[in-house]
Design a binder for this molecule. Structure first.
Ligand code: NAD
Length: 471
C-alpha cells in the first residue's frame, strides 16, 4: 500500500488529502500538523474549516485510510510521498519584508523530513512558493540526507475556498513539475498515478519544476488582475452612468475573454491573492524587472482603492459623517461558503467606518465573534512602507457588536453594508428590515447581490458597486 503523509492540515492540506483518500482506497493518507487543536478538530464532528461537502468526504474515509495526527515525525518517516502544505505568508521583517514569501515553515518542514527519513521519498510542494524554491529545498534535503534519495516535485493547488471539494473532484487541471532526469520522471509518474485514480490523464499537465512553481503565482495574479480590472471599470461606470453588470456581460461574451470572474465588488480578499502578487513583485524586482513588478503591484493598489472608495461612498452618502450612526455589516468572510476571514475586505471596511466613529453590528453565518474580534483588533501591516513598520492603531471594540442574524444587525440601523455574497442575504425580508431601520435607510451593496430597483421601491437609498447612483 502506498503511504502518503501531508504536513499541514489547513485549508489546502485537509480537503486535498481527504479527496485523495476518498478517491484512492488503496492509499493510506495521514495528515499531520503541529497544531493540537487543529488535529483534534479534524478528528471530531466539528471540522476546523467550513467547506461544502467536506464533512461527508471526511466521514467516509476517516479511520479507514484517512488519519489526522500530531505525530509528525513518525508519519513522515513511514511515508513514500510527503506533501508539504504549510503556510507561506508574506515576510513581515528583514530582507524582502512586505513582499517576499516567508519560507520558515517550509524550511523547518524540509529539515525535519531530512532528519527523520530512513527511506527514499518523493517530497511534493503543495504550498504556493516562489519560483526556484525547489532548488533551496533540494539543497536542505541533500545536505542532510544521510544517503537517502529525495525527489522534489511541484504540485501547486488550484482549489478555491467555498468550492474546494467540487474543485478537487473535477479539477480544470492537475499540474506536476519535476526534474528532467530519469529519477525526476519516475517521481512525476508516481504522483500522476495517484491523481489518475479520478482525473483524466489529459488533464494532468507535466512541466519542469520552475514552470509549475511560477504557474501557480501567475494563475493567482491573473485571477486577481481580472477582479481589479472590473473594479477599476466600476469606478468609471459610476462616473459616467454606465452599469458595470451590463459592461461585464458584454465584455465577457467575447469568447477570448469569457464571463467568469468579472463581478465587480468591494474588493478581493483571502489568504492568497495579495500575498502571491507581492511575492511575484518581489521576484520580479530581484530579477531586475522593476517595470513588470510595478505592473503587478497596481493590481493590489486598485484593490485597496476599491475598499477605500466603498468606505468613502458610505460616509459621503450618509451626509458626510457616520459618527454615532449604526451600520449593519452583513457578511465578514472574504467570500461566501467559507468561514475564512484572512485579508477579507470587511476588515478594512469596518475599520474605515469605525475610523469615522460609526457603531457597527456584524452578522456572518460562518464567522465567530472571537474571530471578528481578533481580525478587527489585529494591527495592520503597512505593505507600502514595510521598513517603517508602522501598523495602524488597533480598533477599539466597544463600538462593535457581533450578532446572530441579519435582522438583529439591521434593527435601528441607519445603513446596511453587504460585504459577502452569502445566498441568504438575497432572501431576506427587506421590507421588514426597512421597517425597523432609521430613515432615510441606506443600503450599500458591496457584492451586487440584491435587486437595487426593488430596494428603491421599498424606500431604501441604494448604492451598488459600478451602478448608476441615486440622486
Ligand atoms: P493554513 O494556514 O490553513 O494551514 C497550514 C498549516 O500548516 C497550519 O495548520 C500549520 O499549523 C501547519 N504547519 C506549519 N508548519 C508546520 C510544520 N513544520 N509541521 C506541521 N505542520 C505545520 O494554510 P492553507 O490555507 O492551507 O495554505 C497552505 C498553502 O497552500 C499556502 O502556501 C497557500 O498559499 C497555498 N494555497 C492556499 C489556498 C487556499 O485557498 N487557502 C489555495 C491554494 C494554495
Amino acid at each position: 500500500m502506498v503511504k502518503i503523509c501531508c504536513i499541514g492540515a489547513g485549508y489546502v492540506g485537509g480537503p486535498t488529502m481527504a479527496v485523495i483518500a476518498f478517491k484512492c482506497p488503496n492509499i493510506e493518507v495521514v495528515v499531520v500538523d503541529i497544531s493540537v487543536p487543529r488535529i483534534d478538530a479534524w478528528n471530531s464532528d466539528h471540522l476546523p474549516i467550513y467547506e461544502p461537502g467536506l464533512d461527508d468526504v471526511v466521514k467516509k474515509c476517516r479511520g479507514k485510510n484517512l488519519f489526522f495526527s500530531t505525530d509528525v515525525e513518525k508519519h513522515v518517516c513511514e511515508a513514500d510521498i510527503v506533501f508539504v502544505s504549510v503556510n507561506t505568508p508574506t515576510k513581515t521583517q528583514g530582507l524582502g519584508a512586505g513582499k517576499a514569501a516567508d519560507l520558515t515553515y517550509w524550511e523547518s518542514a524540509a529539515r525535519m523530513i531530512a532528519d527523520v527519513s530512513k527511506s527514499d521519498k518523493i517530497v511534493v510542494e503543495k504550498s504556493t512558493v516562489p519560483v526556484k524554491t525547489a532548488e533551496a529545498i533540494e539543497k536542505i534535503l541533500m545536505h542532510n540526507s544521510k544517503g537517502i534519495n529525495f525527489q522534489i516535485l511541484s504540485n501547486p493547488e488550484f482549489l478555491a475556498e467555498g468550492t474546494a471539494i467540487e474543485d478537487l473532484f473535477k479539477p480544470d487541471r492537475v499540474l506536476i513539475g519535476g526534474r528532467e532526469t530519469p529519477e525526476g520522471a519516475k517521481a512525476v509518474e508516481a504522483l500522476k498515478n495517484v491523481y489518475a485514480h479520478w482525473v483524466p490523464v489529459e488533464q494532468i499537465i507535466c512541466t519542469n519544476l520552475w514552470s509549475a512553481e511560477l504557474s501557480k503565482l501567475a494563475a493567482n495574479a491573473f485571477l486577481a488582475q481580472r477582479i481589479s480590472s472590473v473594479n477599476a471599470m466600476s469606478a468609471l461606470c459610476e462616473a459616467t452612468g454606465a452599469d458595470v453588470t451590463q459592461v461585464s456581460y458584454a465584455v465577457g461574451k467575447d469568447t477570448r475573454i469569457g464571463p467568469k470572474f468579472l463581478n465587480a465588488s468591494v474588493g478581493f480578499g483571502g489568504s492568497c491573492f495579495q500575498k502571491d502578487i507581492l511575492n511575484l513583485v518581489y521576484i520580479c524586482e530581484c530579477n531586475g524587472l522593476p517595470e513588470v513588478a510595478n505592473y503587478w503591484k497596481q493590481v493590489i493598489k486598485i484593490n485597496d482603492y476599491q475598499k477605500n472608495r466603498f468606505v468613502n461612498r458610505v460616509v459621503s452618502s450618509m451626509f458626510n459623517t457616520v459618527s454615532g450612526k449604526k451600520i449593519a455589516v452583513l457578511g465578514f468572510a472574504f467570500k461566501k461558503d467559507t468561514g475564512d476571514t484572512r485579508e477579507t475586505p470587511a476588515i478594512d471596511v469596518c475599520k474605515g467606518l469605525l475610523g469615522d466613529k460609526a457603531k457597527i453590528d456584524i452578522y456572518d453565518p460562518q464567522v465567530s465573534k472571537d474571530q471578528i474580534q481578533r481580525d478587527l483588533t489585529m494591527k495592520k501591516f503597512d505593505w507600502d512602507h514595510p521598513m517603517h513598520l508602522q501598523p495602524s492603531s488597533p480598533t477599539s471594540m466597544n463600538k462593535v457588536n457581533v450578532v446572530l442574524d441579519a435582522y438583529e444587525a439591521a434593527k435601528d440601523a441607519h445603513g446596511i453594508c453587504i460585504l459577502t455574497e452569502w445566498d441568504e442575504f438575497k432572501a431576506l425580508d427587506y421590507k421588514k428590515i426597512y421597517g425597523n431601520m432609521q430613515k432615510p435607510a441606506f443600503l450599500f451593496d458591496g457584492r451586487n447581490v440584491i435587486d437595487a430597483d426593488k430596494m428603491r421601491e421599498i424606500g431604501f437609498i441604494v448604492y451598488a458597486i459600478g451602478k448608476p447612483l441615486d440622486q
